[in-house]
Design a protein around this ligand. Structure first.
Ligand SMILES: Cc1ncc(COP(=O)(O)O)c(C=O)c1O
Length: 487
């Protein structure tokens, strides 16, 4: 049987990529030098025996990698070698004490006002909706609902649509994650799954370990359930610091951990498999459940989908949550929890709160998955997001003041900036908003507003002609603040 992994490994080496790799090597080795013109598309087609589209794609990839640039009517030229890339932000020290959470006012104030579509959405949590197969999904929805047996409309609603549950289990199995028969519950987006899982394993006043910085909606979920947060130092590349977590577990009673193990929001950190395994083992020794927020794993740049921590869990202690919101169907609000030994508790909480998840979007997604186009869509989406992140990161390099540090994630669509210490990110946010640009200031991402010269930027809007100018304006505003100029 042809597995998805086979398919992915074949796709890992398409011709255009091999051609781009060879030329990239020649540029890095100095064989092709800044200012050299690449052979014309026609010459390369003839020399390599490949099609024009292969050459175009290879040259476009080299362009997104910053190695060549097109010049009007003259072809592609090797670019001058760039300045050394910006350093990544350092992992910040996390406060180790349990803190009641009260962030909602700040979050509602900042995030609500950023949602205006007239603003350039650098503060948004979602990538451009134009990247998604909305027309195919609509066709799937119409087809699935026409075929619906009236008896199914209210039957089997509780855990979710059986066809969607099966499709999800099969996808997990293909990625090496075996889910139990009755473990999955379909929810209203990942957010409901996460909230239900948190509720299943905590009581008001409990302490929950979170990453530092962390996604503001995780803070709001803790606030809603009157939980206290303890922040764990988190490396921008490799995620939660396991030594710091081990030390916390020795000294405090932690009711649960809530971590984003792949492409953490806002850092973009990806925990290597061995660390995910070590995390699961550490929590097993202390009998602490892990709520795994995994909504970005499908958005990896290359290679295979990163495994979730759930893949290493033998004891049902990982409550894994994800959704289609970021990778296939924004606005459909379809997510799920695979809650291990808490599955029944989560199912009951779901029944007690919203009973079940709306059927039509579930049916649409089940039909769409059965048509077989999902992986093709994901490949396109990943390439578009990776290309745009690299392109826009270069603009940040160019326009932001000296001393700005920037993450370089290998997936997702966020970058996290550490601005020079003179730049107050909240003030920068307000000045940018006045110029029609939203941002997500660092104060949103901790219990005490600590990341006050940090910004999360959403680079998931390829083709939005406003982005380049917005990044330049934002960089100039930050530059003026770094130089001590008044507003
Ligand atoms: C880390 C993380 N988890 C969960 C969510 C929410 O997912 P959903 O839209 O499926 O509820 C988001 C959305 O921004 C997110 O960034």
């Amino acid at each position: 049987m042809q597995t998805e992994a086979d398919q992915m490994s074949r796709d890992a080496g398409p011709r255009y990529r091999r051609l781009a790799d060879e030329l990239g090597e020649a540029i890095r080795a100095g064989v092709l030098r800044p200012g050299d013109r690449l052979p014309s598309v026609r010459e390369t087609c003839r020399a390599r025996g490949v099609s024009p589209s292969t050459v175009f794609q290879a040259y476009a990839l080299l362009e997104t990698q910053g190695l060549v640039e097109p010049r009007e009517r003259s072809g592609y030229f090797v670019r001058a070698l760039r300045r050394p890339p910006r350093a990544a932000p350092a992992a910040a020290d996390a406060r180790g004490d349990a803190t009641p959470v009260a962030v909602s006012e700040l979050v509602f104030g900042l995030v609500g006002s950023a949602a205006d579509p007239a603003r350039v959405p650098l503060g948004s949590a979602f990538p451009s909706a134009r990247l998604f197969p909305l027309a195919e999904l609509a066709r799937s929805g119409a087809r699935a609902m026409r075929k619906l047996d009236p008896d199914q409309v209210t039957g089997a609603l509780l855990a979710g649509d059986p066809a969607l549950l099966l499709a999800l289990r099969r996808r997990y199995a293909l990625h090496g994650v075996a889910l139990a028969d009755d473990e999955l519950v379909i929810t209203n987006g990942a957010m409901e799954a996460l909230n239900l899982c948190l509720q299943a394993v905590t009581r008001p006043g409990d302490v929950v370990a979170i990453e530092s910085p962390t996604f503001y909606a995780a803070l709001q979920a803790l606030e809603r359930l009157q939980l206290r947060a303890v922040e764990v130092r988190t490396d921008p590349r490799t995620g939660v610091d396991l030594d710091a977590l081990a030390a916390l577990l020795q000294t405090q009673r932690i009711a649960a951990c809530w971590f984003m193990t792949s492409f953490q929001n806002p850092l973009g950190a990806l925990m290597p498999d061995a660390r995910k395994q070590a995390l699961v083992d550490l929590l097993a020794r202390h009998d602490v459940p892990l709520i795994e927020d995994d909504v970005y794993a499908e958005l990896h740049d290359e290679g295979r989908r990163p495994l979730p921590a759930k893949a290493f869990d033998r004891a049902g202690r990982v409550l894994h949550c994800s959704s289609f919101s970021k990778c296939l169907a924004p606005g459909y609000r379809i997510g799920w929890a695979a809650a291990g030994r808490q599955a029944q508790a989560v199912q009951r909480l779901k029944t007690m709160s919203t009973l079940a998840t709306s059927l039509p979007p579930q049916r649409a997604l089940a039909d769409y998955l059965a048509q077989g186009g999902y992986d093709r869509h994901l490949r396109r989406l990943r390439a578009a997001l990776a290309g745009e992140r690299q392109r826009a990161s270069r603009l940040i390099e160019r326009h932001f003041p000296a001393g700005t540090r920037m993450t370089r994630p290998s997936g997702g669509y966020f970058v996290w900036l550490e601005l020079p210490p003179q730049v107050d990110a909240l003030a920068l946010h307000h000045r940018a908003m006045a110029q029609g640009i939203s941002t997500a200031p660092g104060a949103l991402f901790s219990v005490d507003g600590r990341f006050d010269h940090h910004l999360r930027l959403n680079l998931g809007h390829p083709g939005d002609a406003r982005v380049d100018r917005a990044l330049r304006q934002l960089g100039e505003l930050a530059g003026a603040m770094a130089a001590g100029e008044a507003a």
